[in-house]
Write a protein of this length. Sequence first.
Length: 286
Amino acid sequence: MSDVKLASLFALEKIEKGLYRGQSWDLGFRALFGGQVLGQALASAYQTVEAGRFAHSFHTYFLLPGDAKKPVVYDVEIVRDGRSFSTRRVKAIQDGRNIFYMTASFQIPEEGASHQSAVMPQTPDVSTLQSDIEFYEANFDKIARPLQEALSYHRPVDIRTIDAANAYKSTRREPTRYIWMRAREPLGNAISLHQSALSYASDYHFLSTSLQPHGISLLDKNLRIATIDHAMWFHREVNFNEWLLYAMESPFSGSARGIVKGQIFNQQGELIASTMQEGLMRMVGE
């Protein structure tokens, strides 16, 4: 087992007021994993928000591919602090270039009209599922060498994909995917850390859901896939020490882009968070 801790990814270095540096994990992808920038950007915004206000949403754009071998600097702008809400803009920088923007909103908790029409999908019990890491290890020769070398950085989040084997097959399937996920190591009690960690994990296996109706495998060497934008809404308090079900669906793809929406439920069937993402899905020549 690896000694890599999920919480360490969001322990940012303060350069000066409003300016923070995060270290990068190389997950073996072509570029820096988008989830890292999502989680670290939210963590940096939290550094400038008064205690007692919690993120309820963020909207982001990925502008340039990040380099997983270099740290990322986060420049946080204080847009507004109202009586109930605070707004922050975060700019992620590498090599003097803006690679990502986030606008995040924070709120003081308050009571209000409440309902939930979202229904948690029926899935196999998480205890009966093989973890993705174990699946990767069992299919070690089928995954790319960079990913083979980076498996230790995938361990901090225990992800269990339902019907995981199909991810490596070029077969047409419905554009839906379900995964269970939680932190392997206890994260403590800070809501900011749990939200940052869930933001990080929310980018796992997300856009590739749009590939399923087309029978395109993630292993296809002609595939270029990258996140364009990502939004997230937090509805209830996040506890990433417990198993959460991430239900994903892609309602549309076209023009070399795919869109996916996600709903994250706790084991009691409560909707914890919602996500939306659009990304590039381009096939290139040999």
